[in-house]
Structures are given as structure tokens and as C-alpha cells.
Design a protein around this ligand. Structure first.
Ligand code: NAD
Ligand code: ZN
Length: 388
């Protein structure tokens, strides 16, 4: 059985180190249960999952989790709306009488469940231990590692939260079998991001085996997850709370592709053409590559290289089509009454850093640096508009 064990040492603090297991083999649920018993012997366990994961994977996992001490399986509706203070409160109420400080919360699901359950664990009794069992590619390579937990507010996503690291992450590759092609592609965008910012060999591997990656071949997927997690673990070890002012951006370099990506994702939400997070990030990385090349700070061949790779992974390349839609206050890619994505982008960053948009660019594959641009310069690069 080829289970990979990695470790993350938040902020370089060995006392808080925790293991991440990547398990591509059959009967992973038995090994997961063993790890739970080893990490929290005799603990009472409250499991949080969503309806999709419960339907698809709980039948297999439940008996083993019960043997490890699970007394409650709280099944929440899927979707971002569940990541709320109201649901977190309800879950805290549910667990308060049954879990003491030695108890354990298990997050079984994608990033939505991981963020919500991690947040419940962070605030319940001022903090109980929790374990991440991520079931989407995105959550295995990204959200389950690094200790960011939280819920959404009406005012915006992830606005309430806490840093609270899990004691263990168990990535059961078998759970990914039931992902849709689109969800798998979306997760691959974050793998590509990790490769581009920190691991040139990983990018070559993805390029060599794109078809197998797209198909979710388990051994290859396990390797991609492990290498991707290694990148995230290294970044979190160096700059746990994203406070570094290092020229490479510190933890902020995980935001590569996310400045424009986020603006696109928000603008497309609720329209006839919504983008998944990963699709938006894929487009955002093309934009960041273009910004890098235009400012002279970035690797000039990156945009072309990504454009060749994306279709093989099922990711979009139509950045210019989306940018075209950016000009319209309300159009096919834009819900009526919302600011255009470019306005949203510049508006948001205005509040944060006096009109300058902070961009992570890749100066060569595997290495990043921060550049600052004002709104007009960004429009000039991305929309081809001359500054006035
Ligand atoms: N904490 C962090 O550092 C961090 C980083 C990135 C993203 N996030 C958060 O992660 C969330 C996105 O994560 P996500 O993409 O995993 O979304 P998600 O958890 O909403 O899952 C996407 C969909 O896939 C379903 N699903 C989950 N596992 C499945 C499986 N094995 N088979 C079939 N369907 C399955 C879910 O029910 C859901 O419908 C967002 O809330 C985002 O804010 C957090
Ligand atoms: Zn992301």
C-alpha cells in the first residue's frame, strides 16, 4: 500500500506540526480509522459532511468512523450558503453537550465543509481538535491544509473566521472517483497554480500526463495531490498568517491568479455562464501571466504555455472573451446592477492599498514576485485602453 505521508509545520513551529496522508488504495477508510484512533485514542467524534458526500461516501466510511468513536453524523446541505454563522451555531449547539475538550470534529467533504467544520472546531469550547477528510480535488490540494477556517457573511465570502489547524489531514483519493469532470478540472487549476509558483517538475509532469490527470487516474492523482500539498505546506511553514513582506509574496503567492480570478468568479456568479472557482483562477493565471510579461517582471512564455495546457485539462482559455465582457456594466458575463469586474477589482483594492493592485507574478517557473499596479495601468494591460 503506497500511502504518502507529508507534514506541515505551521510558521516553522514543530510543536504544531501535523501529518497529511495521501492514500490512493482500496480500503482507505480502514487506515483512516486507524489514524483517528492513533491521534485521538478514545475520543468522541462528531462528523460534519454534506448531503452529496453523505450519499456517495458515507455508506463506505460510516462503519469505520463509528469504530473510531464517531457518535454523530451531521449532514448539511451542499453549497456555499451553508457556510454561515447560523449553521455554525446550530452545529455548535448540537455538539456542545456531547463533546468535551478531548473531543474531535471530522470534516468530511469539500472545501465548504472543511471551512465550516474547521470553524466550528475553532470556536466550540474555545477550540477542539479536528481532522480534515477532504473529498474534492480542490480541498485535497488546497483548502484542507493551512489552517484557514471560516464562514461567509452577506457582506462577502470568508469574512468571519479563525486560524485553526487540523491535527491530521487524510486525503482518500478514492473519494474523487465520484467528482464531475468539471469539479476535477477546477481542482487541477490549483495544482497547476502550485506547480507554476513553486515546482517546475510538477508542471512538466502535468504536461506529460494531462489526459490521465483529466481522467483522474488514481496513482497519478495521488502524486499530483502529494506534490501540490508539499508546495502549500512549504508556503504555510514559511508564512503561516500571510504577514510576510518577502519579495516573493510569502503566503500571498498562493493568490497567484486569484486577483483577476476572484473578480471574474464574482461577476459570473448568478449569470447564465457561472465560472467555478478553478476555472476563474485558470483565467486569472492567464491574466497574471500577461501582467507579468507586460511589466517586464514576469516569465514571457507563461501565458502561451498555460494556453496549450488548459484545453487538455478541461480548463477555459477564453480570457479575452471574458475581458471583453468586463467592459459592460451588465452583459452576458455580468449580472445586472453589479459593478463591472474591473471596477470591482480596482474598487476592492483601493480600500486596501491606496489604489494599487498587488499582483503576484511568476518571474520564472517555480518563482514569484510581487508587483504593484494602479487601476489605469491594469486597464491598459488587460483591456488595451490607453491611459488618459
Ligand atoms: N481554507 C482555505 O484555505 C480555502 C482555500 C480554497 C478554498 N476554500 C473554500 O473551499 C470552498 C470550495 O471548495 P470545493 O470546491 O471543494 O467546494 P464544495 O465543498 O462546495 O464542493 C463542491 C461540490 O462537490 C460536492 N462533492 C464533494 N465531494 C464530492 C465527491 N467526492 N464526489 C462528488 N461530489 C462531491 C459537494 O457536495 C459540492 O456540491 C469554498 O468555500 C472556498 O472558500 C478554502
Ligand atoms: Zn483558489
Amino acid at each position: 500500500v503506497a500511502v504518502t505521508r507529508l507534514e506541515v509545520t505551521p510558521g516553522g513551529d514543530a510543536e504544531r506540526a501535523y501529518p497529511i496522508f495521501v492514500d490512493p488504495d482500496e480500503a482507505a477508510e480502514e487506515r483512516l480509522a486507524e489514524r483517528l484512533r492513533e491521534h485521538a485514542p478514545g475520543a468522541r467524534i462528531g462528523v460534519i459532511t454534506d448531503e452529496n458526500v453523505a450519499r456517495l461516501h458515507l455508506p463506505r466510511l460510516r462503519p469505520e468512523l463509528e469504530r473510531a468513536g464517531a457518535f454523530a453524523f451531521e449532514v448539511v446541505p451542499p453549497g456555499e450558503a451553508t457556510k454561515s454563522l447560523g449553521v455554525a451555531e446550530r452545529l455548535c449547539d448540537r455538539f456542545a453537550g456531547e463533546l468535551d475538550r478531548t473531543g474531535l470534529v471530522v470534516a468530511l467533504g469539500g472545501g465548504m465543509v472543511g471551512d465550516l467544520a474547521g470553524f466550528v472546531a475553532a470556536i466550540l469550547l474555545r477550540g477542539v481538535r479536528y481532522v480534515q477528510v477532504p473529498t474534492t480535488l480542490l480541498s485535497q490540494v488546497d483548502s484542507s491544509v493551512g489552517g484557514k477556517t471560516g464562514v461567509n457573511l452577506r457582506a462577502g465570502k470568508n469574512l468571519v473566521g479563525a486560524f485553526h489547524h487540523p491535527v491530521l489531514v487524510y486525503a482518500d483519493i478514492g473519494t474523487l472517483r465520484t467528482l464531475s469532470d468539471r469539479e476535477r478540472a477546477s481542482g487541477m487549476a490549483e495544482v497547476v497554480k502550485h506547480a507554476v509558483i513553486a515546482d517546475p517538475g510538477l508542471l512538466e509532469l502535468i504536461e506529460a500526463k494531462a489526459a490521465d490527470a483529466r481522467a483522474g487516474e488514481p496513482q497519478l492523482t495521488a502524486e499530483l495531490v502529494a506534490r501540490s500539498v508539499r508546495v502549500k505546506a512549504q508556503v504555510v511553514a514559511a508564512d503561516e498568517r500571510e504577514t510576510s513582506s518577502a519579495p516573493d509574496g510569502g503566503r500571498a503567492r498562493l493568490n497567484f491568479g486569484h486577483t483577476v480570478g476572484h473578480a471574474l468568479e464574482t461577476a459570473a456568479a448568478g449569470t447564465d455562464h457561472p465560472l467555478t472557482h478553478g476555472e476563474a483562477v485558470a483565467l486569472g493565471m492567464l491574466a497574471a501571466a500577461r501582467v507579468g510579461a507586460a511589466t517586464g517582471a514576469g516569465e514571457v512564455t507563461l501565458e502561451t504555455r498555460l494556453r496549450e495546457l488548459y484545453p487538455r485539462l478541461g480548463l477555459p482559455v477564453d480570457l479575452d472573451g471574458w475581458l471583453e465582457r468586463w467592459r459592460e456594466p451588465a452583459g452576458p458575463g455580468n449580472a445586472p446592477g453589479r459593478p463591472t469586474p474591473i471596477e470591482a477589482l480596482i474598487g476592492v483594492d483601493k480600500k486596501r492599498e491606496a489604489g494599487a493592485v498587488r499582483f503576484i507574478v511568476v518571474d520564472r517557473i517555480g518563482s514569484t514576485r510581487v508587483v504593484r499596479l494602479d487601476g489605469p495601468r491594469l486597464r491598459e494591460i488587460l483591456l488595451g485602453e490607453k491611459r488618459r
